[in-house]
Design a protein around this ligand. Structure first.
Ligand SMILES: Nc1ncnc2c1ncn2[C@@H]1O[C@H](COP(=O)(O)OP(=O)(O)O)[C@@H](O)[C@H]1O
Ligand SMILES: CC(=O)N[C@@H](CCC(=O)OP(=O)(O)O)C(=O)O
Length: 302
């Protein structure tokens, strides 16, 4: 019998799988919370890659929980309807009409699209919002807005913008135990029954903390946190984050992202990673290979 050595491309595939082995062993049974940002939803190919990654995680025994955004999609809908919209420190000022439209786009449209993509990739997902089964109890947010011209801080009323004050994880546990991937829209309800629009990063962070997640990924449309020269910073501690926010390196939509990462690692999540969702299979590369991508926020670094 002649012995044929497999060609190098085939061997490389086997090596990739064996490289993944220690990670597969380490992460089996753990919970990963994945925040899928509106900007990362890009084109159908990236959507398919994302769904495949999530299904693969579930298949290898990890419990993924997806929390999604949809800021740009809410923006287009508001524009179509002729409703003005404004952001303060990365948060959308939300009046009653905007809250209704945001909920419609997030929980009614994007949420079900993602459920569909996961289904197409061979997984089973159920889409819910923070309102379902009392998942997220929200409270109205008040924000200090530093006014660069006046050098003062003023309080801004953001309207129906909420922050999670309590997470009841039972619905997520129930779904995960039934081999169903939960997909969560960032909408919550107040004790008074009021619907709140919640920044998706903040929502995902609260869920990651409540789940005691091992990993928390935030998929966005930049390589990670960039310094003033535009270079990627691959490791940040909570103290670094504070400094970069104070010196104006981190602004806009990156503010809730890094704040959420810090809160998550301080409440027991092992590590939070801001990842470039424009890279195909960004999550799998981060989880199962030696090359970390994006910016990792942790108390101790990579
Ligand atoms: N230091 C920084 N590094 C990277 N991005 C930054 C930084 N400061 C501000 N940003 C902005 O934050 C944006 C990401 O936040 P956001 O638009 O809310 O994304 P998503 O929709 O994925 O949540 C980037 O596209 C960039 O414009
Ligand atoms: C209060 C607030 O800002 N809510 C966000 C919710 C969606 C979101 O956060 O989406 P991304 O993750 O895609 O940015 C909004 O209205 O845009």
């Amino acid at each position: 019998m002649t012995y044929h050595r497999p060609d190098s491309a085939l061997l490389a595939k086997a090596e990739t799988l064996t490289e993944a082995l220690p990670y597969l062993q380490r992460y089996a049974g753990k919970t990963f919370v994945v925040k899928y940002g509106g900007h990362a939803m890009g084109d159908p190919e990236l959507q398919r890659d994302f769904a495949e990654d999530v299904v693969l995680l579930k298949q290898v025994g990890i419990n993924p929980v997806v929390v999604h955004g949809g800021g740009p999609q809410i923006g287009s809908m508001l524009k179509r309807l002729g409703v003005e919209s404004q952001f303060v420190n990365g948060l959308r000022v939300t009046d009653a009409e905007t809250a209704k439209i945001a909920e419609m786009v997030l929980a009614g449209s994007i949420n079900k699209d993602i459920v569909g993509w996961i289904g197409q990739a061979g997984g089973r997902a159920v889409g819910i919002s923070g309102k379902d089964a009392g998942l997220v109890l929200a409270e109205k947010v008040g924000v200090r807005d530093p006014d660069p011209l006046q050098g003062i801080e003023r309080h801004v009323d953001l309207g129906f913008v909420g922050e999670p004050v309590a997470v009841d994880r039972r619905i997520l546990d129930t779904l995960s135990a039934a081999d169903i991937i939960p997909v969560v829209a960032p909408v919550g309800i107040g004790a008074d029954g009021q619907t709140y629009n919640i920044n998706a990063d903040t929502m995902a962070g609260a869920i990651a903390s409540a789940m005691g997640a091992s990993r928390f990924f935030l998929l966005t449309d930049v390589a990670g946190v960039l310094d003033k020269q535009g270079d990627l910073m691959s490791d940040l501690s909570p103290a670094d984050v504070l400094r970069l926010q104070r010196d104006g390196t981190i602004t806009g939509g990156m503010i809730p992202k890094v704040q959420t990462c810090v809160a998550a690692v301080q409440s027991g999540v092992d590590a939070a990673v801001i990842l470039d969702g424009r890279i195909p299979h960004a999550m799998l590369l981060e989880i199962f290979t030696r090359q970390g991508a994006g910016t990792l926020v942790s108390a101790r670094g990579r």
